[in-house]
Design a protein around this ligand. Structure first.
Ligand code: UDP
Length: 367
């Protein structure tokens, strides 16, 4: 059995790391080929994850990045189609909601290759987000949809996806949090900032809806400043470029640093007072680390966190941000909203079962 996994962006490296490891541990007979589209290419946005999380080197690197959504998706489609024709995989595996997800799912479905989408069914109901378009389209051409939450299952059913395609397996990011916790690492620069453990805010901002809008960017940084709490801000390359373009200088309480590797990120999440973010993954990691999350967006796909009172969606309004950060709200929850850390095993069991059932059926029909 051959699986072709298409990845290209930071969160996909982390998600693929756990599934890929599960293949190697539980089904070494399965051949998994990793294809890196090149969407994220900086060393600290790509290589560090392959090195730290021991992800096998990609069999193919398409080197496609830095263009517009249309350019990237179009170029990926062309290259992925060539590769899929060459490799003839049984399954194409895609993750999340990036241009790489859409290109992988679309190229495979047009070649009648089965597509499995991990992190299916998430919806923000905001179609101005490129991620929302990518995830809706990827879901609707997929053969198997691995949903991380009950709400994701409901969203898919509401859109008419047949129940037999939907598999609630939990969240592979929960698997990652459980497995890598023991390997969390303090960044070497942390002590030089002279911050107290549990007293700083960990912040990330990278969504186009924020970085492309100078008013929102200003609002967010004013809010961080107003809070008066020290903030550690690993800066996504896009955010760094936009800050420069907008002539925005970081407030003195905000410590901008280069993007960190996952092991350092989970150390920061475990040791901060609370999290402020527009990232999808970081909202959940706040929860895994029992930290309250202030979400710098107008909506979130992770509604269950909001309903549980663990996530405050505040947008870019400076007063609301400052107030939420200062509220000192404590994390009170013992729930398991995203499974128990065994999503990857369930995913591979399902993929393998489908191929084995088909092989037996083929043999019977040939006899
Ligand atoms: N992350 C990281 N280093 C950073 C910032 C984020 O390793 O400097 C990790 C984070 O822990 C999470 C993932 O990247 O697992 C989230 O990716 P991102 O915020 O880029 O994308 P999203 O989750 O919004 O799709």
């Amino acid at each position: 059995m051959k699986i072709l996994t298409v990845i290209g962006a930071r969160p996909q490296f982390i998600k693929a790391a756990v599934v890929s490891r599960a293949f190697r541990e539980h089904r070494p007979d399965v051949q998994e080929l990793l294809v890196h589209t090149g969407q994220h290419y900086d060393a600290n946005m790509s290589d560090v994850f392959f090195d730290e999380l021991k992800i096998p080197r990609p069999a193919h690197n398409l080197g496609i990045g830095g263009g517009t959504h249309g350019q990237n998706t179009g170029r990926m489609l062309e290259k992925l189609e060539e590769l899929m024709l060459l490799e003839k995989p049984d399954w194409v595996l895609v993750y999340g909601d990036t241009d790489s997800t859409l290109a992988g799912a679309l190229a495979a479905s047009k070649l009648h290759i089965k597509v499995a989408h991990v992190e299916a069914g998430l919806r923000s109901f905001n179609r101005r987000m490129p991620e929302e378009i990518n995830r809706i389209l990827a879901d609707h051409v997929s053969t198997l949809l691995f949903a991380p939450t009950r709400l994701a299952v409901k969203n898919l059913r509401d859109e008419g996806v047949p129940s037999e395609k939907i598999h609630p397996v939990g969240d592979v990011m929960c698997d990652a949090a459980v497995f890598y916790k023991q390997h969390a690492r303090k960044p070497i620069w942390f002590d030089s900032l002279c911050l107290d453990i549990d007293k700083f805010v960990l912040c990330t901002v990278h969504r186009a809806e924020n970085t492309d809008d100078p008013d929102r960017m200003r609002g967010i940084f004013q809010g961080l400043e107003k809070s008066g709490i020290p903030v550690v801000l690993p800066l996504h390359p896009r955010t760094r470029a936009k800050l420069k373009q907008m002539n925005l200088v970081l407030p003195s309480n905000v410590h901008g640093v280069d993007p960190v590797g996952y092991l350092e990120m989970i150390w920061l999440e475990a040791n901060c007072r609370l999290v402020a973010t527009d990232s999808g993954g970081v909202q959940k990691e706040a929860y895994f680390n029992k930290k309250y999350c202030v979400t710098l967006r107008e909506e979130t796909e992770w509604i269950e966190l909001v309903e549980a009172g663990l996530n405050d969606v505040v947008g870019s309004n400076p007063e609301k941000i400052a107030e939420a950060l200062q509220s000192g709200r404590k994390f009170l929850s013992e729930s398991y909203l995203y499974g128990s850390g065994q999503a990857a095993e369930q995913i591979i069991a399902r993929l393998v079962k489908t191929v084995e059932v088909k092989t037996v059926a083929d043999r019977i029909s040939q006899d």
